[in-house]
Structures are given as structure tokens and as C-alpha cells.
Design a protein around this ligand. Sequence first.
Ligand SMILES: [Zn+2]
Length: 343
Amino acid sequence: MFDHLQRLPVLFFFLLLSLSFSESLHENKESDTPISRFQQYLRINTAHPNPNYTTAINYLTNFANSIPNLHSKVIHLTPTSPLLLLTWPGSNPSLPSILFNSHLDSVPAEPDKWIHPPFSAHKTSDGRIFARGAQDDKCIGMQYLEAIKAIQTSDSKFVPLRNVHILYVPEEEVGGFDGMGKFVQLKEFEELNLGFMMDEGQASPNDEFRVFYADRTPWHTVIKAVGTPGHGSKLYDNTAMENLMKSMEVITKFRESMFDMVKAGLAANSEVISVNPVFLNAGTPSPTGFMMNMQPSEAEAGFDIRMPPTADPELMRKIIEEQWAPAWRNMTYKVNVAFLYAY
Ligand SMILES: [Zn+2]
């Protein structure tokens, strides 16, 4: 390479030098903007199954240390699950505090299906940035810090009334059990004395930010019917399929009654109990599919139910028990309430 350069005309060599100099100036300028700081965060691979939490936390801590009055603390929830807590002390720390939460991890990426490598944080000429975790959830984590930085830049004397905490949790995308699930059991969480908390929502493509004040709880529900097995040519009562299909009719009516309220504009999608069938499992297998002349002794169906915070869980359980899976129709049910759930 050096030999080759030596043969170049002197003028061209200077041109090259000046180009690379302006390039590095440009880079320095770029590395100091909210966009480039965001890109740097995106380039740290925190996707499952091997999220690099240490590098991400070091990066965020360094950024936080460059902002006056932000204190940082790393808490290890497990040996491999660290959490970063930043605190901006308020003038009256005895008041309930405000917490802004985001998660460090992201779902996996399949690089060969991406236009740009998922951890390159490539920015196109029209300003789009491609990276796994950009929307969910790294943009939020960076906006918290950039907002505090911007506030302090415009008014260096500004002190919030209450303590403001910014939290970066691990393991959210795999259920939160070794993340927020463990943190809320610690005295450090209790000591935050929270009055208000804000978590991720949906990324906004413009300057308008929608705030959601409720989240629905998933109830993963399976109902199972048993009945007398018999020949496919016979008509008789109390088969598993008949029992299940009666329940399906009841559930379909319930679903319609909820959806009708949405269609009539009386409630938002998020305000009603949504019920969607997700699987049906029945039949007696044969080498070519299913036995077509055999009424099976068991049949089950799975539903994704979403419960808004305003719905009564006891009443819902009663509906499932008495109408969707009544014991008198030889039915049983299982509800798996996912308290911690990754979105
Ligand atoms: Zn998320």
C-alpha cells in the first residue's frame, strides 16, 4: 500500500490527506449527535440468546456520567443479568419518585434476512436507521438520556422536584423473570418510593407521542372436552366434539359481544376482553390423516384471552368455569395467566 502511494503524484497525495482529514472531522462531529449516540448503542448486540449486557451498561453509564447530576448504580440480579439504575436527584427527595423504564435486550435477528446487517445501525440517505432493537426498545432508553441532557443544556440550574430514576432492565424479551421480576423483590426497588412509572409503548415516526395508560394481561386458556367415543355413523349425545363445539358457540358469542362494542365505537380495542381461538386439537389419527368414521373421546381448544385492567378477573373465571368449560358437560380448563410477558 505504501509503495503504491509513493508513486502517486504529490498533489493527489495531498488531496487524499485533506479528504481523510475532513472525513475524520465529519466523523467527530457525527459521534457527538443524538443520532450517532443512538447508533453506537444499537451496535452493541444485546439480542438473545447471548445479549452483551456488560458492554451496553458500560456504554450507557459513560453517557450518563457525561450528564451532570446523574448517578449510576449497577445491580446484579443474577451473575449474568445486570441492571442499570440512574438517578437524577430531586429538590424534595421525600416525595414519591418518577421512574422511566426500558429494557436492554432484544429478540434475536436473522442477519441473512436483513437488507443491512442488524447490528450495523446503518443509516440510509433518507435518515432511516436499520438495527435490531431500534424501536423495541433502545430508542426509548436513549430518549430518556437525551431529554435530560437537553433540559440541562437549556437550563443548567434546573432541578426536578422529585427524584427521577431511569432504569435499564435485562431479560425483558424472555419473560422478565431474571430482570424486572427479580428487581421488584429487592429493597433497592422499595427504596425508590415510586409514584409514577413510564415504560415502553410504540415508537413514533413523528413528533407526536401517544401515551398508553393500560396494558392487558394475557390469559392463555385451554378448554378440554371428553365424551363417549363411537362410530362415525351413529347419532348419540355427549361426544367430546359435541361438548367442545357447544363451548365454541358460547365463546364465539362472547367474542362477538366484545367486538360489537369496538365496532360501535363504544370502546377501544384495548378496553374490551379479547378472545381469539389459537388452536383446535381433536381427532383419531390414521396413516393418511384422521379416522373419518370415528368420533374421538377427547377434544381441546386454545384461546388467547387479553384482560384489560378494568375487567373483573373473578367474573371472567366464573364465565370460563360455568359457561365455557362446565364440568356438567364433561369439560375442564386451564388458564395460564402471564403476569410477566414480553412484547
Ligand atoms: Zn420491548
